[in-house]
Design a protein around this ligand. Structure first.
Ligand SMILES: O=C(O)CCC(=O)C(=O)O
Ligand SMILES: [Fe+2]
Length: 335
């Protein structure tokens, strides 16, 4: 008798059209919230279409970041994140190591550019942005802000949909997600083509879960993003859908929902490729001073929450130190 092979698991990453919800249609909102709940309780990943970020805003932004990453290294290093007291600016290849699975992982084979809303120096991550000279990348700053504002709006709307999906008041997460001093990060990435000697050995981004609550990722059509199927430890690609946002749950939201919503491990492989890949992640990590405590309706009657209450600031600082190394600029600021 031949052995029976286990069928390969299918990991469903649904594509959810949020246009009805954004337009205020009650029936469409109910259906959207239901689809979102299903996705968040299972693989913790979905793709959002029918959103409010225009194709033109995305196009202008992707063109601006490609022009920035094409600059000579010396020009990019002028706005290096290592000169920033608040993790803003350019991050060279290998600047971050997100892999949580293996100790001997190679640093991430991506370069990045980070900006955030500007706030007076003092609190963690507050401070000024660093921009390249306008002459070097005309229109970069303008395209970046236009893009940031549009995705920020979408992010706030997605938190409202998430509240509805959990059977909560629509505004339940507003104090976190719409706080004027909240931590938002818009980080563009460039993954250079992979030479044959590095393919299979390196990672664009090592396996990790996202730190915060909710991520909205724009990826071009090259591909490479993969999510882990926990049970079988197999990786599954997130097929690019042009203009869509890959939306995923981060560790804070998993904690907040007492493990009901899943923060799933993901990575970007470095396939043998002649093509540059560009993506941009928008993280809305909320208000530093907030305490994250299990949402009461997520804790079954008679049970204790799975986690102790945790201040957002403590969680975020720990994760930055972990991925960028200790002795970061935060410690200097506090001295
Ligand atoms: O570039 C990508 O596709 C994923 C990036 C990512 O996972 C991250 O920045 O946390
Ligand atoms: Fe990620």
């Amino acid at each position: 008798m031949g052995s029976i092979e286990e069928p390969a698991p299918t990991v469903k990453i649904p594509i959810i059209d949020v246009s009805g919800f954004l337009a205020g249609d009650a029936k469409a909102t109910k259906a959207c919230a239901e689809e979102l709940k299903e996705a968040c309780e299972n693989q913790g990943f979905l793709q959002v279409v029918g959103h409010c970020v225009s194709a033109e805003t995305q196009r202008k932004f992707l063109s601006a970041i490609a022009r920035f990453f094409a600059l000579p290294l010396a020009d990019k290093e002028k706005v290096s994140q290592s000169n920033s007291p608040c993790y803003r600016g350019y991050e060279r290849i290998g600047g971050q190591k997100l892999d949580e699975l293996s100790d001997d992982a190679t640093p991430d084979q991506k370069e990045g550019f980070s900006m955030r809303p500007e706030r007076p120096l003092g609190k963690f991550l507050a401070g000024p942005n660093q921009w390249p000279d306008e002459d070097l990348v005309p229109g970069f700053q303008e395209a970046y802000w236009e893009y940031f504002n549009a995705v920020h709006s979408l992010s706030k709307a997605m938190f409202q949909l998430m509240a509805l999906s959990l059977g909560l008041e629509k505004t339940y997460f507003d104090a976190f997600a719409a706080d004027p001093d909240g931590i938002c990060l818009c980080r563009a990435h460039h993954y250079p083509p992979t030479p044959p000697d590095a393919a299979g050995r390196t990672r664009g981004v090592g396996a990790h879960t996202d730190f915060g609550a909710l991520t909205l990722l724009l990826q071009d059509t090259v591909g490479g993003l993969e999510v882990l199927h926990k049970k079988t430890k197999t990786w599954h690609s997130v097929t690019p859908v042009e203009g869509a946002y890959v939306c995923n749950i981060g560790d804070l939201m998993q904690r907040w929902t007492n493990n009901r919503y899943q923060s799933t491990m993901h990575r970007v492989i470095s396939p043998l490729s002649q093509t540059d890949r560009y993506s941009c992640a928008f993280f809305n990590d909320g208000a530093l001073d907030m305490m994250i405590e299990a949402i009461p309706t997520c804790v079954p009657a008679g049970e204790k929450p799975a986690y102790e209450p945790l201040k957002v600031e403590k969680h975020i600082v720990d994760r930055y130190v972990q991925s960028y190394g200790a002795g970061g600029t935060y410690i200097e600021q506090k001295a």
